[in-house]
Write a new protein. Structure first.
Length: 314
C-alpha cells in the first residue's frame, strides 16, 4: 500500500502530461492555475507542515517573484534562463531578511511579524510607482527560452507541470534527508533539538529561505501565465488562502498541499458560478467560508486524512 501511494504523484504527473493537448483552452488554463497554486502551497507546507512555522506573510515572496519577473522583462521581454532564477533569488533574498528577524520570535509574535513584513512589501508596490501603484503593471512579452515560448498555451502547461514536479521532488528529497529530519525534530520539540546541539536557528532560516524561493517560482509562473501583476498578490488575503489550502488538504503531507490547492480552487470556482449555486454566487465569500468551516470540523486531518481513514489498514 505504501509503495503504491509513493507512485501515485508520479502517475498523476504522467496523466496530466498525456491529457495536456486534449484539454480545452478553459480547462487547460484552469489546470495551470491549480498547478501554480499547488507550488505555492507546497512552499508553505515546507514551513508549516514540515518545520512548524506558521507564517501569515508568505504571499510577499509570491508577489515579489511575480513583480521581479515583470520589472526585469521590460518592454523587450527576457529569457526564462535568467528571469526564473532572478525571481526566485529576489523572493529568497527578501525571505532571508524577513526570516533573520522574525525567527527570533515565536508563536503568535512570529505570525504577526511575518504579516507585518508582508504588509510592508504590499504597500511598497501599492503606494509607490515601483510597480505601477495600485493598478499593477503588464508583462509586454512573455518569457522565452529557445523553442519554449510562454505565449504558447501548451508550452505554458508543460513548463508549469515540470516546475510542479521539480518542487514536489525537491521537497520529497528534503523530507528524506538529514536536514528534513532536523526540521521534523524542530517541529516536534525545538527545545530538545537545541539541547542536543542542533543549530535550530540556522535550520529554520534555511527552510524559510527555501520556502521563499519556491514561492518566488510560483510567482514567476503566475506572471508568465497572466501577463499582469498587481499588489493584491502580496496581500494578507493570499497568505490566508494558501494557509487554508494546506489545512484543507492536510498539514505535513506534500500530497495534502496539492489536494488542498486543487479542492480550494475548484470550490471557489463552483461557489462563484451562478449556473451551479444560483443567486448565492453573489455571496461566494460567505459560502466559501462556511464550506471551509464544515470541512475543517469534519476532517481535522484534512482531505488526505479522510483517505487514510478509509484505507483497509486503518
Amino acid at each position: 500500500m505504501n509503495r503504491l501511494s509513493s507512485f501515485l504523484p508520479l502517475a498523476c504527473a504522467v496523466v496530466l502530461a498525456i491529457a495536456g493537448p486534449l484539454l480545452s483552452p478553459y480547462a487547460g488554463d484552469f489546470v495551470v492555475k491549480v498547478m501554480i497554486l499547488s507550488i505555492f502551497a507546497l512552499s508553505l507546507q515546507l514551513l508549516v507542515g514540515m518545520t512548524g512555522l506558521v507564517s501569515l506573510g508568505h504571499a510577499a515572496f509570491y508577489g515579489i517573484g511575480a513583480y521581479a519577473t515583470v520589472l526585469a522583462s521590460g518592454k523587450d521581454g527576457g529569457s526564462i534562463a535568467w528571469l526564473l532564477p532572478l525571481a526566485m533569488a529576489c523572493a529568497a533574498g527578501y525571505a532571508l531578511v524577513v526570516g533573520a528577524l522574525s525567527l527570533r520570535t515565536r508563536g503568535v509574535y512570529f505570525i504577526m511579524v511575518t504579516l507585518a513584513f508582508a504588509q510592508m512589501a504590499f504597500f511598497v508596490f501599492h503606494d509607490t510607482d515601483v510597480g505601477g501603484g495600485s493598478d499593477g503593471i503588464y508583462l509586454y512579452v512573455r518569457p522565452v527560452l529557445g523553442a519554449l515560448d510562454m505565449e504558447n498555451r501548451l508550452t505554458q502547461f508543460y513548463v508549469v507541470l515540470a516546475a510542479l514536479v521539480f518542487t514536489y521532488a525537491l521537497l520529497v528529497l528534503i523530507g528524506r534527508s538529514r536536514f528534513g529530519a532536523a526540521l521534523a525534530g524542530i517541529r516536534v520539540n525545538e527545545q530538545r533539538m537545541r539541547a542536543a546541539g542542533f543549530p535550530v536557528y540556522g535550520y529554520k532560516l534555511a527552510a524559510f529561505v527555501i520556502a521563499g524561493a519556491l514561492a518566488g517560482l510560483a510567482g514567476f509562473l503566475l506572471a508568465a501565465r497572466d501577463g499582469v501583476v498587481n499588489p493584491e498578490l502580496l496581500s494578507w488575503h493570499n497568505s490566508g488562502d494558501v494557509l487554508l489550502m494546506i489545512i484543507l488538504g492536510g498539514l505535513g503531507r506534500l500530497r495534502g498541499a496539492v489536494i488542498g490547492a486543487a479542492c480550494f480552487t475548484v470550490l471557489k470556482e463552483v461557489l462563484a458560478t451562478q449556473s451551479f449555486v444560483g443567486p448565492l454566487a453573489d455571496h461566494w465569500q460567505l459560502t466559501l467560508g462556511l464550506a471551509i468551516i464544515v470541512f475543517v470540523a469534519l476532517l481535522p486531518k484534512g482531505i488526505i486524512g479522510l483517505a487514510e481513514r478509509l484505507s483497509p489498514r486503518a
